[in-house]
Design a binder for this molecule. Structure first.
Ligand SMILES: Nc1ncnc2c1ncn2[C@@H]1O[C@H](COP(=O)(O)OP(=O)(O)OP(=O)(O)O)[C@@H](O)[C@H]1O
Length: 231
């Protein structure tokens, strides 16, 4: 029982004294210089800070895109340092949704096919897959655009497809790197409204990086990085 309570009380991410450098042969470029932070299920966090302060690097570590070098990150009580590649793939595939500044949709696939693609790779049966695609596209308000390809859609609509793709996984956390950077202010607000609703209605944790005060105003916590440190 005590163990169970510990698991329930534990943060989704526990980040401890994380340091990270990019390697150029015998030259190392430090990007994170001792970051410690707890992130709980349902948190809505905006990473802020000047260009080059380490926001993307931290998001890449939290998304298991980069491997932890020094310090440690626990996700759901598991040390990322001890997970095998196969286990990390499962976490990425089932528990983390990604949204990027440049949308990263497949140009030859329709909106619905873009959302469905990763569900197919997860081996989710056809009926459930189709339902999840519909639900996700409806949740971001573009069900009527299901058959359009990215080139036939606006930037805001493309970002909605990207969010639909992330939420169709039913993830515990969505990691979004500058998700509104390529959108005008009104369209960006629309995207943030969707994130806020997902966070409120489904307790999905949101970790977003942005320079934009509008985006920051939607989050509940702001974490400011300067020179790879929280300040
Ligand atoms: N792939 C890479 N190879 C080498 N150095 C990198 C790489 N990515 C980032 N860096 C360096 O690491 C540091 C942190 O970069 P990072 O992209 O994490 O910052 P950021 O806060 O996300 O910046 P921005 O707001 O401009 O996106 C910077 O000094 C940057 O030049």
């Amino acid at each position: 029982m005590e163990n169970l309570m510990n698991t329930i009380d534990s943060p989704l991410y526990s980040i401890r004294d994380v340091r990270f450098s990019y390697d150029f042969g015998n030259l190392k470029a430090p990007a994170l210089n001792g970051v410690s932070l707890d992130i709980r299920q349902g948190d809505f966090i905006c990473l802020t800070g000047p260009s080059g302060s380490g926001k993307t690097t931290l998001l890449n570590l939290l998304g298991l895109i980069e491997a932890v070098q020094d310090g440690d990150i626990h996700f759901n009580t598991n040390s990322l340092k001890t997970l095998t590649e196969r286990e990390k793939n499962r976490v990425r595939r089932y528990q983390i949704g990604f949204v990027f500044q440049t949308f990263q949709l497949f140009p030859v696939l329709t909106a619905a096919e873009n959302v469905e693609y990763f569900l197919t790779r997860q081996g989710i049966p056809t009926t459930e897959r189709k339902n999840r695609v519909k639900d996700a596209l409806a949740a971001v308000g573009i069900l009527d655009q299901s058959d359009k390809k990215p080139a036939e859609m606006s930037g805001g609509q493309r970002q909605r497809v990207a969010i639909a793709r992330a939420i169709a996984k039913r993830p515990r956390v969505i990691i979004a790197d500058e998700p509104t950077a390529n959108l005008d202010q009104a369209t960006g607000k629309g995207v943030m409204e969707i994130f806020a609703k997902l966070n409120h209605d489904h307790q999905i944790s949101l970790i977003i990086s942005s320079h934009d005060p509008m985006v920051q105003s939607y989050s509940r916590h702001q974490v400011r990085l300067v020179d790879g440190k929280i300040c």
